[in-house]
Design a protein around this ligand. Structure first.
Ligand code: BTN
Length: 251
């Protein structure tokens, strides 16, 4: 606790050696836990990714979920995911790693994924009850331990800097960045958040191919909206806003 400089995020830390998914455990304890509670596991048996994908959570990684209770309308929640991406990216950059955000919220290094974020919300009548912010970082993961299809698109902190990091210290600085961003999210003008996100972004300016359940949009990524939707100029130079989907770069 000595190195944890936060006053809200991480006030209560629940550590497990193995869980199904830290997001599931966080959800189970959310209503009776204080805001800022963190659930961490060394490994997850059923780690979950966005859009129903599996998240391989092998030893050496940082697999954690944060319980947040912002009193904001439901449509504000995507902002939390954006600022979380900013926080992870800043923490990695402070550790000397050239991290960038790929829309919607993957963190990449040299085009390979190092972190994924899964936000889940419980809300009643448009008002947020709690938000579970799940963050997975390939910290000291050995790439050979990943399934081949995952390995080809992934990297880890230790793989990037050539040595194993102190995960406790890294988590402490991550929680600090998250707290700073979370405080600012409540007070800051949203255009400032967008500007910072775009600065750290890997996607803006690139030719993209975005798959949603009912369509495929190809074009140039030119910005994001208040809701975290990506703005794409398609072949007919028409502006398309996509709120959720799977993004690939065209080459
Ligand atoms: C993605 O990129 O698809 C999101 C991956 C999110 C993984 C983290 S690991 C901690 C938390 N628990 C889960 O089951 N998933 C998130």
């Amino acid at each position: 606790k000595a190195i944890l400089k936060t006053s809200l995020i991480g006030t209560d830390v629940r550590y497990y050696s193995d869980l199904e998914s830290t997001n599931n455990t966080a959800r189970e304890i959310a209503t009776r836990s204080p805001e800022g509670t963190v659930v961490i596991a060394e490994t997850q048996r059923k780690g979950r990714g966005r859009m129903g994908t599996e998240w391989q959570s092998i030893p050496g990684g940082i697999w954690l979920s944060l319980i947040l209770k912002p009193s904001v309308p439901l449509d504000n929640v995507s902002k939390i995911t954006l600022v979380a991406g900013i926080a992870v990216t800043n923490t990695l950059r402070n550790a000397g790693i050239d991290a960038r955000i790929k829309w919607p919220n993957d963190v990449l290094v040299r085009g390979r994924k190092i972190c994924g974020i899964l936000t889940e919300v419980s809300a009643e009548v448009e008002k947020v009850d709690y938000v579970i912010l799940g963050i997975g970082i390939n910290a000291n993961v050995k790439l050979v331990d990943f399934r081949e299809d995952i390995r080809l698109n992934s990297t880890s902190i230790s793989n990037e800097i050539g040595k194993v990091i102190n995960r406790t210290a890294f988590i402490a600085s991550l929680l600090y960045e998250l707290e700073q961003q979370y405080i600012m999210f409540k007070t800051r003008k949203f255009t400032d958040i967008i500007d910072e996100w775009i600065n750290l972004s890997d996607t803006i300016g690139k030719e993209v191919k975005i798959k949603t359940p009912n369509k495929l949009i190809e074009g140039k990524a030119v910005g994001i909206t208040e809701n975290g939707a990506i703005v794409v100029l398609d072949r007919n130079n028409e502006r398309q806003e996509i709120i959720a989907g799977n993004c690939r770069y065209r080459n």
